[in-house]
Design a protein around this ligand. Structure first.
Ligand code: ZN
Length: 250
């Protein structure tokens, strides 16, 4: 198709959308069959908000976008890990993988076997057990070595070796809020790196040494946390971060 013809078709399409939009606006109804899909969606939101104005009493009070957003979302269960996952100290991609893991949405081999996608459910990192969420984080010998290395680096005694309990234990161990955020960012980075290494083992048939994984985690955490330094940080925080940096390459 030549460029001129394509441009004309796009213009015709936009014209059709605008015409249907104007008709709907004039008609004041969402039931117009020839209205564009985008406008129908907008009208659905408008109708929903109309319900909020009537039932939630927004007309009598100061209008707040945050209140409306929460109203549209509806009731949802609060989760204790929310401040850990959606924290600025975490690199966003690491927070996302952590969020997936905490909801058991990572496609581990035990899940894939249950779904009939693959036949082999053995852990790709140690080869000694079924690869489930509980095994990867952190029943697996491989991931335990990584966790031990990082907990030693941070000066936190690790006893639980379970993603669901370790982050709570770390939170209790570290009283200072900034130091706690740094430690939990390291744990988030650990989940990401173990999942990354596991995928690398699957696709490239290569298992990276746990010491190398620990070094990557240390480097990423230090770099990220340096970006988080602001006026709330005290000298002791900066000194501690500097000491972490000097001990991360051992
Ligand atoms: Zn394993």
């Amino acid at each position: 198709m030549c460029g001129r013809l394509l441009r004309r078709r796009i213009q015709c399409g936009c014209g059709g959308f605008m015409l249907s939009t104007l008709r709907t606006m004039i008609g004041g109804s969402t039931s117009q069959k020839n209205a564009g899909w985008a406008w129908k969606k907008l009208c659905q939101v408008k109708d929903r908000l109309k319900e909020g104005f009537n039932s939630a009493g927004w007309l009598g009070n100061v209008y707040s976008i945050s209140k409306v957003y929460k109203w549209i979302q509806g009731p949802h269960q609060d989760v204790s890990w929310y401040p850990w996952v959606w924290n600025r100290f975490n690199i966003p991609k690491q927070g996302f993988i952590l969020w997936m893991d905490l909801q058991d949405r990572l496609r581990t081999r035990s899940l894939l076997v249950d779904w009939g996608v693959c036949q082999d459910n053995v852990c790709l990192l140690c080869g000694n057990a079924v690869e489930s969420r509980e095994h990867l984080f952190f029943d697996c010998d491989y991931s335990r070595k990584c966790l031990s290395g990082i907990s030693e680096w941070l000066g936190i005694p690790e006893t639980d070796f379970s993603i669901d309990r370790s982050w709570k234990q770390w939170g209790k161990e570290v009283k200072d809020s900034i130091k706690r955020k740094i430690c939990l960012a390291a744990l988030a980075a650990m989940v990401y790196q173990i999942w990354y290494v596991r995928n690398k083992a699957l696709w490239l048939k290569v298992v990276i040494h746990p010491r190398v994984v620990c070094k990557v985690i240390c480097t990423e955490v230090i770099q990220r946390c340096k970006q988080m330094i602001n006026c709330r940080w005290r000298r002791q925080h900066c000194k501690w971060l500097h000491s972490l940096q000097s001990t991360s390459c051992r």
